[in-house]
Write a protein that binds this ligand. Structure first.
Ligand SMILES: *Cc1c(COP(=O)(O)O)cnc(C)c1O
Length: 221
């Protein structure tokens, strides 16, 4: 399938849910990105700072770049001048560094807090209990150059649909809980970044609003 026809059919699937597509272009060439761009796609996701910086320099500047991978604090400065959204914020320290680097650039960067709810797939992310403690501590409220827009997870890599449903359901209920407790007056806190090529249709039924799809658009890596 061509990039164009893949994007067209995914757009059709996302539309009824009002979900946004993050086209995950990691490891794929800038010419593949240009092809998707020519079809109207503007949000692209990358998972290493170096690759993101290199690609950003040679591509149109109305692209909205999302960083979706694990981000080390010492790499934040390279992407802070232009990145729109950082999906996998998993420590208070990382959020603090993003705040500092965004401030240096006179910017505000959208962030999602990553939850670790999958069975063993990733070692990164807050547990629900850790995230409750983090939000209760209130430290994050002093960061003026980040905007926490929601939650992110990488679901278990499994064929077990019930397991996936449980994880997506938990994410939706945590978003609701934190919305009521801390973000009732913050209309931007509403995003659920979940769903990849293998599970996005299911994820959308549980409220996924940012869908990260790579191989179903660009082919296997
Ligand atoms: C690579 C990656 C994706 C896209 O995965 P596909 O299975 O190719 O759709 C989504 N999210 C994260 C965090 C990734 O690293």
């Amino acid at each position: 399938m061509s990039i164009k026809s893949a994007l067209q059919s995914i757009d059709k699937e996302l539309k009824p849910f009002g979900a946004q597509l993050v086209a995950v272009s990691k490891t794929h060439s800038t010419s593949a990105i240009k092809e998707a761009y020519a079809c109207g796609q503007r949000i692209f996701g990358e998972s290493t700072a170096q690759e993101l910086v290199t690609k950003q320099e040679s591509l149109p500047n109305d692209i909205s770049w999302h960083f979706i991978g694990h981000l080390q604090s010492n790499k934040v400065k390279y992407i802070a001048p232009f990145v729109q959204c950082i999906h996998a914020v998993d420590t208070e320290k990382l959020l603090q560094v993003i705040d500092k680097e965004a401030g240096k650039n006179g910017r505000k960067i959208d962030c999602l807090l990553q939850l670790h709810i999958a069975q063993e797939e990733s070692k990164y992310g807050f547990s629900p209990a850790e995230l409750r403690d983090f939000l209760a501590s209130g430290q994050w409220q002093s960061f003026k150059h980040v905007r926490i827009i929601g939650l992110m997870c990488i679901a278990s890599n499994t064929e077990n649909e019930n397991r996936l449903k449980e994880e997506f359901e938990l994410m939706a209920s945590l978003l609701k809980e934190f919305k009521a407790a801390y973000f009732a007056h913050a209309p931007y806190f509403k995003e659920l970044s979940m769903g990849m090529s293998g599970d996005y249709l299911l994820a959308m039924h549980y409220g996924a609003s940012l869908i990260r799809i790579g191989s179903a658009i660009f082919g296997s890596r």
